[in-house]
Design a protein around this ligand. Structure first.
Ligand SMILES: Cc1cc2nc3c(=O)[nH]c(=O)nc-3n(C[C@H](O)[C@H](O)[C@H](O)COP(=O)(O)OP(=O)(O)OC[C@H]3O[C@@H](n4cnc5c(N)ncnc54)[C@H](O)[C@@H]3O)c2cc1C
Length: 457
């Protein structure tokens, strides 16, 4: 059997895998990157990028509808889904072209085909063996469903939701986490009637409770229906639509049911267990340095338990390349990874929620401050309401920042620096925020926590 050897063999060319490949060649390693589908993986083709294109189209629909508020005459005539699709595909294909060119230019050997780990240091693809001094597993994730809930027909996942060639009139969405609320937001802006079903007590349930509650108020105001704290029981479908039954006996009728209940790891049948790699419910277990229990085998991205985010995958890929090179990179702590929910409104957060901070540091040692975006000039100009909540340890650093409002995702950059650099509000207070920006709202919150609020009480 033909065999090729490399310093690093990477299985899976999504965010985690390709970042590992790019950093590895930068460090002087020879690299094989094996991908069965398209380089860029979930994020580029069916995740982050195409969904944000839909959200931008949704934002423009809302702007057209609301334009008279700003003295602009326009009318919203509806959504040209073929136009939206062409725009979305253009964005994805241009980024795909850029990525493919970059990987080629850097001298990475891209192997097209389905790989299987046949020995701890060897991946086999269509009869050729690729042996690495080190192997990085980066096979990503797929849309999960619930036991007994079959995907098909009018019951769809985010992959099919992206590809719809019509705007549904009425949709039910199972799951009020990031993916569920992003699609709900898009469909509502496009004119659909949307109902979200979430088993946990709140929408965006992983956020600080103050933010989840405000998010629910904002969705209610937009006319997005939701049922929280209630579990899904079953669904039937026919030519007309679906009927979703909940455990409390209620039913929701709709044209489609989007199942957005999380993502499972793509690890089955790939030879991981046979190679002796420790796994838990399909996820690959690693230590904090992303090494599996098998020497020379690492894992990155969505197959590693924790937050399933593209930038976590990128950073883990970079980390492992540097680890292999002996550079002793800094461990990535999930809690301080910035998170953004890109709906209308946006939610952005980093670090500990107030409740968690109290648990970790003691209830009496933690203070928080809520800055209402009503006091922020730029937020008023763009017509958004919202909140910035900052959590600190008394006489200590900022340990959490939680935000809601239009465009707050762009504010997470400063928030994550503050939290990750253990800055105290007193350190930040003398630093300026340009006026008028939404960033000022963060500045105001830090000023308040430092005991010298300017435009707030
Ligand atoms: C609708 C949606 C929206 C999202 N939005 C965001 C967002 O806004 N921001 C964000 O940070 N994250 C977002 N995510 C999550 C993000 O897409 C993932 O966290 C990220 O793609 C994980 O990267 P990965 O490299 O672990 O896996 P993937 O991107 O899934 O890549 C894995 C790759 O491995 C390949 N592969 C699998 N098995 C084999 C095999 N046997 N042989 C060869 N190749 C194989 C696959 O084809 C795939 O290309 C979103 C996800 C979805 C579904």
């Amino acid at each position: 059997m033909p065999e090729q050897t490399f310093d690093v063999v990477i299985l899976g060319g999504g965010s985690g895998g390709y970042a590992a490949a790019l950093r590895s060649v930068q460090l002087g390693f020879s690299v094989a990157l094996i991908e069965k589908n398209k380089l860029g993986g979930t994020c580029l083709h069916v995740g982050c990028i195409p969904t944000k294109a839909l959200l931008h189209s949704a934002e423009i629909a809302d702007a057209a509808r609301d334009s008279s508020k700003y003295g602009v005459r326009s009318t919203f005539d509806g959504i040209d889904i073929a136009g939206v699709t062409a725009y979305r595909q253009e964005v994805v294909s241009s980024k795909f072209k850029g990525l493919t060119g970059l990987l080629k230019m850097r001298g990475i050997t891209v192997v097209e085909g389905e790989g299987r780990l046949v020995a701890p240091n060897t991946v086999e693809v269509a009869g050729t063996r690729y042996t690495g001094k080190n192997v990085i597993l980066a096979t990503g994730s797929y849309s999960r469903t619930l036991p007994g809930l079959d995907i098909g027909g009018r019951v769809i996942t985010s992959e099919q939701a992206l590809e719809l060639d019509f705007v549904p009139k009425k949709v039910a969405v199972l799951g009020g986490g990031v993916i569920g609320v992003e699609f709900s937001s898009v469909w509502k802006s496009w004119g659909a009637d949307v109902t979200i079903i979430e088993a946990l007590p709140h929408l965006v349930p992983n956020e600080d409770e103050a933010i989840s509650k405000q998010f629910e108020r904002a969705f209610r105001k937009r006319g997005i229906n939701f049922k929280v704290g209630v579990r899904f029981q079953g669904v039937t479908q026919n030519d007309e639509g679906v009927v979703v039954t909940l455990e409390n006996g209620e039913t929701v009728e709709a044209e489609l049911l989007l199942v957005a209940v999380g993502r499972g790891p793509v690890t089955q049948g790939l030879g991981y267990e046979e190679a002796g790699i420790a796994m838990d419910r399909g996820f690959v277990l690693t230590n904090e340095r992303l090494a599996t229990n098998v020497p020379g085998v690492y894992a990155v991205g969505d197959i590693v338990p924790g937050l399933q985010l593209a930038h976590r995958g990128f950073q883990q890929g970079i980390f492992v390349a540097e680890e292999i090179a002996g550079l002793n990179p800094v461990v990535i702590d999930d809690v301080n990874i910035p998170k953004v929910t890109y709906s209308d409104p946006e939610v952005a957060s980093v670090g500990l929620s107030e409740a968690k901070a109290k648990e970790v540091h003691g209830a009496d040692n933690v203070s928080s401050y809520d800055y209402n975006l009503a006091g922020n000039g730029k937020s008023h100009i763009i017509g958004t309401s919202g909140l910035i909540k900052v959590v600190r340890v008394n006489d200590g650093p900022v340990v959490g920042v939680h935000m809601i409002g239009a465009r707050v995702g762009e504010l997470i950059a400063e928030a994550q620096l503050v939290v990750n650099w253990d800055a105290h509000p007193e350190d930040i207070a003398p630093l300026l925020h340009a006026h008028p920006t939404q960033n000022e709202a963060l500045g105001e919150a830090f000023l308040a926590l430092a005991g010298k609020p300017l435009h707030a009480v």
